[in-house]
Design a protein around this ligand. Structure first.
Ligand SMILES: [Zn+2]
Ligand SMILES: [Zn+2]
Length: 333
């Protein structure tokens, strides 16, 4: 029996509560990857210390906060509207220039190159909360210790493991797309730009290098860190805490977590998303604020987006957790 067949067999044994088979066999990633990831995780905390020290007694400059908010919105929407809803799930069709612009903006979020990001996320949907999921908080079982360890793994730990997701298998469409492979190759340059632009903007606006430095700290490093932790929280918290109004596939424990809705641009309506993955709106219920969906709606009105998959309300009602079995629609993938 081949290794993949063995893995498939082990997956079928999964009961929804035990640690995943082989969960304890943690293979650390190569030194270069571990070093780089550790730097990306630790550096913002050093930056936070420096930023607080500099701001002590005089507060944070409004310029820095506005720049941070601007870069947060652009790179955040690049990830949620671009990487996630457009490129991973094809929730709409974008004009070619918009597709590239969104992929570039998302790349500036320091979350990996666009093709790898999409591949990992598609794998997460294919194996949600069961063996094969690259970042499930249920990896170590549902006991208290296992759950805490799993949360740490789903939030951050998975980035340090040697668990490659083959793009050939999960993102062949993007590999065949010349524009996307070019954006993916430019990832290191785009990361550098993501830090250099706030510095240059701060320098230009204040006319001082000091102004450039504080803008680099707030709108560069700290903005990157906040967006990363919000994205990672969707992987960790949004599979553990919150409500599950809609049915999802077996073992899938995705949740809706309202406190993160605004900061995550609507991505924390994660149960809605796992129930209807290719829907352009994740906040499927009334009052569920979803800024990414609003932006897609704006793109549609401007004629930049077409073929938008808006929620089909009848179908969604059939998906509701309490809906009678005869009215139920099959769960999506
Ligand atoms: Zn998920
Ligand atoms: Zn998704």
């Amino acid at each position: 029996m081949s290794i993949s067949e063995q893995a498939a067999e082990r997956r079928q044994d999964y009961d929804g509560a035990s640690p995943f088979p082989g969960a304890a066999e943690h293979v650390p990633a190569g030194r270069a990857q571990v070093g780089l990831t550790a730097a990306i995780v630790v550096l913002p905390f050093v930056a936070l210390g420096v930023a607080i020290f500099l701001a002590w007694g005089q507060g944070v400059a409004l310029t820095d906060l506005l720049l941070a908010a601007g870069f947060y919105v652009v790179t955040g929407l690049g990830v949620t509207v671009g990487f996630h809803r457009l490129l991973t799930h094809a929730a709409f069709t974008a004009r070619p220039w918009l597709r590239v612009a969104l992929a570039v903006a998302g790349s500036m979020g320091f979350q990996g190159n666009v093709i790898d990001w999409v591949a990992v996320h598609r794998r997460h949907h294919a194996f949600t909360d069961r063996p094969g999921d690259p970042h499930s908080p249920y990896r170590y079982g549902t006991g208290l210790r296992g759950q805490l360890r799993g949360l740490a793994h789903a939030h951050l730990g998975w980035l340090f493991a040697d668990d490659p997701t083959p793009a050939v298998r999960y993102a062949p469409d993007l590999l065949a797309d010349a524009a996307m492979t070019r954006v993916a190759r430019a990832f290191p340059v785009l990361c550098a730009l993501s830090l250099a632009l706030p510095f240059l903007a701060g320098w230009a606006i204040t006319g001082t290098l000091y102004g450039g430095l504080t803008a680099f700290l707030w709108a560069g490093l700290l903005r990157v860190a906040l967006l990363q932790h919000v994205t990672w929280s969707v992987n960790s918290l949004c599979h553990v805490l919150g409500s599950r109004p809609f049915r999802t596939r077996r073992h899938d424990r995705s949740t809706n977590l309202w406190p993160l809705a605004l900061l995550s641009f609507g991505e924390s309506w994660h149960n809605g998303h796992h129930s209807e993955p290719s829907c352009a709106r994740h906040g499927l219920d009334r009052g569920q604020i979803d800024p990414s969906a609003a932006v897609i709606g704006l793109f549609e009105r401007l004629g930049w987006a077409s073929n938008v998959h808006w929620p089909d309300h009848e179908r969604i009602e059939r998906r509701r957790a309490g809906a009678p079995p005869h009215a139920r629609a099959p769960a999506g993938d």
